[in-house]
Design a protein around this ligand. Sequence first.
Ligand SMILES: O=C(O)CCC(=O)C(=O)O
Ligand SMILES: [Fe+2]
Length: 318
Amino acid sequence: MDLKAADQITQIPVIDFTKDPQDLEEGSDGWKKLCDQVREACEEYGCFQVIYTNKISTELREEMFKALKELFHLPDETKMKNTGSKPYNGYIGKIDVVPLYESLGIEDVLNLEAVQAFAQLMWPDGNSVFCEIVNSMTRKMYDLNLIILKLLMKSYGVEKYYSSYVDGSDMVFRAMKYEPPNSNDSEIGLAAHVDKSFLSILCQDSVQGLEVLSKGGTWLRVAPLPGAFTVFIGDALKAWSNGRLHGVKHRVMMCGDKARYSFALFSAPKEGWVVEVPDEMVDKEHPLLFQSFNYTDFLHYYYSHIDDGNELEVYAGV
Ligand SMILES: O=C(O)CCC(=O)C(=O)O
Ligand SMILES: [Fe+2]
């Protein structure tokens, strides 16, 4: 891409999965096109917006945001009962470094019992409506996660690793709320970071705030398109792909007078999983960039060295 064209980029790619239902049929011409589009977006930007309205309806999104508003409205002492088994998987509320940010997490979210246990902690009699909405939404987001993983693996000709990645992933759900800033200036909602996951799939409401860093060093706003989900490549998939997929840095900047809500499904390697670059991803043009590493050890390293988004290179770079 020439520099002039790069200067003009103001948006991350938008890929429409709803144009033709056949596009999602493996092996169809549409599918092959999607493979190329998804791979190109993930190599160049490390993220893209996907339109997926035929599978996840506007109604379900709206129900989800309504449920989240109710959830965040609970007293702080109730929300604080949400403690994850790993750092950052439970409640985080208005901490000094990101005072506008608040979030709650559900580990093993595809397991209905885990969602019910979470609801039981939040509401005295549980909340079956909440459980149904979260269950339905996260299952559909999981399907989307699998489609994207498959498209990427197909595109590199390494589908044979697909099932081991499916079996080796944990699914964690996070709901986020950002208060509007206290001044007229924009304020940091969530500090710049690269996700540690394989893939993250995020849904934002209509309040602007999400930004991603382009390879050229410009912060690009991710427009809150109705019906779109934003997909991010995380460090685990970046390492696995031998750095071909770009682990994109992103942040939330808040301005205006409205609170912002978002929710995300993260697929991350299971406890103790070893991230290893497959031989097929290494060749003359792509020399090995990352040595194999235990994902849990990497997370421990990350939590004690959160820095400028280059933790993966420092920890596992060859
Ligand atoms: O709320 C958002 O839009 C971004 C959240 C995010 O990047 C994260 O939770 O990792
Ligand atoms: Fe993130």
